[in-house]
Design a protein around this ligand. Structure first.
Ligand SMILES: [Zn+2]
Length: 277
């Protein structure tokens, strides 16, 4: 079963709508079920809505875990304002979050908030939490720029999302053994190019569901199926699923089904895949 390393819930702009649209846990979990997705990494775009606080994001994560259980690996999208609100990151105590997502375009962590970034990454290192960074051509988000952060924290696993620019990303993945990438929001016709590079077992399938609807009037279940089919045609699915498992669980760790229900899991069993789960 395919694993999707890049999914969102929460408020997000939608083409043709004058206000952000709410992509509820129910809606997103339903689409993933219909498309036959196994596990997925999900973060909330609500982090970008200043009027929504930590408590709301925790509640939303809990709702998703109720619907999808341990198939959902929820990352906390940590924006500057949410960090300032709770610099001790007490939301980690909920046990719901398995990683952190950062977006240099939304909060300039590397450029302006180095001290806070170091603190976040130290916590990630201590707690074995993987970190996802938006990456791309945009200012501050180039893979080579983010690679400096990855080198400073060699024990933290990073996903530099979106696999672009592809050449530059491939070099960074080759140089930094703690950097993964994903295929989120790539153009489908770029997929065949992925086979031209050695991804060292660290290329994950990702979609950016439901972000397509921000720019196009498109049914997202239909689009998801097309995207998945195009990726399968590259023959990289099995490698991408193995990469996903290593990213979410590279060390011995316990996963939470939802609060209070802890599932101890053996690393080797987990990496074997679906049969044992
Ligand atoms: Zn995204």
């Amino acid at each position: 079963m395919i694993c999707d390393a890049h999914v969102h819930i929460g408020y997000y702009p939608r083409k043709g709508y004058d206000r952000p649209f709410y992509y509820s846990p129910w809606r997103i979990a339903g689409i993933l079920d219909r498309c036959g997705v196994g596990e997925f990494i999900v973060s909330s775009t609500c982090a970008q809505m200043e009027e929504i606080g930590v408590a709301d994001i925790v509640r939303e994560a809990r709702e998703l875990k109720r619907l999808a259980g341990n198939r959902a690996h929820v990352f906390f999208w940590l924006s500057g304002h949410l960090y300032d609100h709770d610099p001790e990151m007490k939301w980690l105590e909920s046990g719901l979050f398995e990683g952190v997502k950062l977006h240099e375009g939304e909060t300039a962590w590397v450029k302006c908030r180095k001290k806070a970034l170091r603190k976040i990454l130290s916590v990630a290192s201590e707690r074995n939490l993987p970190v996802m960074f938006h990456a791309g051509e945009d200012v501050g988000c180039r893979p080579t720029k983010l690679a400096k952060v990855a080198r400073e924290f060699p024990n933290v696993r990073f996903n530099f999302a979106h696999c672009r620019p592809m050449d530059e990303m491939a070099k960074v993945v080759a140089d930094c053994s703690n950097v993964w990438t994903d295929t989120a929001y790539m153009a489908i016709d770029e997929f065949p190019k992925l086979r031209d590079y050695d991804w060292h077992g660290r290329l994950m399938f990702g979609t950016d569901l439901p972000v397509w609807q921000a720019n196009e009037r498109v049914g997202i279940t239909k689009r998801y199926r097309e995207y998945l089919q195009a990726f399968r045609e590259t023959g990289l699915e099995a490698a991408a699923d193995a990469a996903f498992r290593k990213f979410v669980c590279a060390g011995e760790k316990s996963l939470m089904m939802y609060r209070g229900q802890e599932m101890k899991m053996n690393k080797d069993d987990y990496l074997k895949g679906n049969e044992v789960r």
